[in-house]
Design a protein around this ligand. Structure first.
Ligand code: TYM
Length: 330
């Protein structure tokens, strides 16, 4: 029996955080044995924010190397660069024709980004979630592993699939988000009310997957906590709750076990240990990453073969869509 399809993507906008790792990439690895997985590097999405071309090329390879270094195996899953499969942009155009401006206007990520970049309020930023829907629907995707911040975009993808199916007959599978119970939203270390994001001006607010051990120790030591002094998993202590989610993701220990271990010990020891589990979790990934970035030929082989495989499936969907909307076959 054909395996169910999983699709997800990461933007190559420079420096992935442990939020990207815990909320997304780590789960990609867990899924590759049981599903037909497509993992994309979404360079078309990245240009909705101004990019320096040579940095974009570099960042794209870096995400691929991070995928591989984290344990994704090109023999088990399809790893590719979004712009290499032209059908993504083409399907976006068709889906734009059934997308309502009102719904796109309500997307929180668009509202936030447009507030920050009033001078560059480009149309691509507005239709960004439609491109994301095209990515997902293209492969008849069943499950989409993402962090909590992508939930609303997933809703839109589901709406567009249903709308297209109703208007033109059954064409797309309606995808489901896969959002984990813990770690789906890793928070800013300096302001645990906000999501951890590399676009933050203050570099103490995030940990990058490539940060060295001393930097990680320093950032965790400076992480904002509260004055209660107990390691307990509660919304009243958002900073500690966040560190517990991070500890859980890197060590595999349950939240209960973590509470038990640090009962009565205060924050100091807990924070030191959080830093160490992050450091030892990232170490093998960082080592492998350096080797991979030194082997551009291998990276090229992986993305070329990935694009070929993705292209084959994508064209099947695109041909069907073009036929249904009434385009004459060429
Ligand atoms: P992006 O590149 O912003 O983030 C990649 C993935 O990392 C997750 N993530 C987080 N998870 C937990 N805590 C955080 N602080 C955190 N920060 C980021 C994101 O939820 C995401 O899963 N639009 C998407 C990319 C995309 C995509 C797709 C995803 C394009 N097409 C199709 C899934 C399916 C984005 O900007 O992710």
């Amino acid at each position: 029996m054909a395996r169910k399809v999983v699709f997800s993507g990461v933007q190559p906008s420079g420096g992935l955080t442990i939020g990207n790792y815990i909320g997304a990439i780590k789960n990609f690895v867990d899924l590759q044995d049981s599903y037909d997985c497509y993992y994309c590097i979404v360079d078309l999405h990245a240009i909705t924010i101004p990019q320096v071309p040579k940095d974009l090329r570099k960042n794209t390879l870096e995400v691929l190397a991070t995928y591989l270094a984290s344990g994704l195996d090109p023999k088990k899953c399809t790893l590719f660069i979004q712009s290499h499969v032209e059908a993504h942009a083409e399907l976006t155009w068709v889906l734009n024709s059934i997308s309502y401006m009102g719904q796109l206007n309500r997307m929180t990520q668009y509202k936030e980004k447009s507030r920050k970049s009033e001078e560059n309020l480009n149309a691509a930023l507005f239709t960004y979630p439609v491109l994301m829907a095209a990515d997902i629907l293209m492969y008849q995707t069943e499950f989409v592993p993402v962090g909590d911040d992508q939930k609303q975009h997933l809703e839109l993808a589901r709406d567009l699939a249903e709308r297209f199916n109703n208007r033109y007959s059954e064409t797309f599978k309606v995808p489901e988000p896969l959002i984990q119970q813990f770690g789906a939203r890793i928070m800013d270390l300096q302001n645990p009310g906000d999501k951890m994001s590399k676009s933050n001006q203050n570099e103490n607010s995030y940990i990058l997957m490539l940060d060295d051990p001393d930097t990680i120790r320093r950032k965790i030591r400076r992480a904002i906590t509260d004055s209660i002094g107990e390691v307990i998993y509660t919304d009243d202590q958002p900073g500690i709750k966040n560190l517990m989610n991070i500890y859980n993701a890197f060590s595999g220990d349950s939240i209960d076990a973590i509470e038990d271990r640090y009962r009565g010990l205060g924050y100091g020891k807990f924070k030191d240990d959080v830093a160490e589990v992050i450091i030892s979790g990232l170490k093998p990934i960082q080592e492998r990453y350096i080797e991979l970035m030194d082997n551009k030929d291998y990276l090229e082989t992986v993305y070329r073969q990935g694009a070929e495989k993705a292209q084959f499936t994508a064209m099947k969907t695109l041909r069907k869509v073009y036929r249904k909307v009434g385009f004459i076959q060429k």
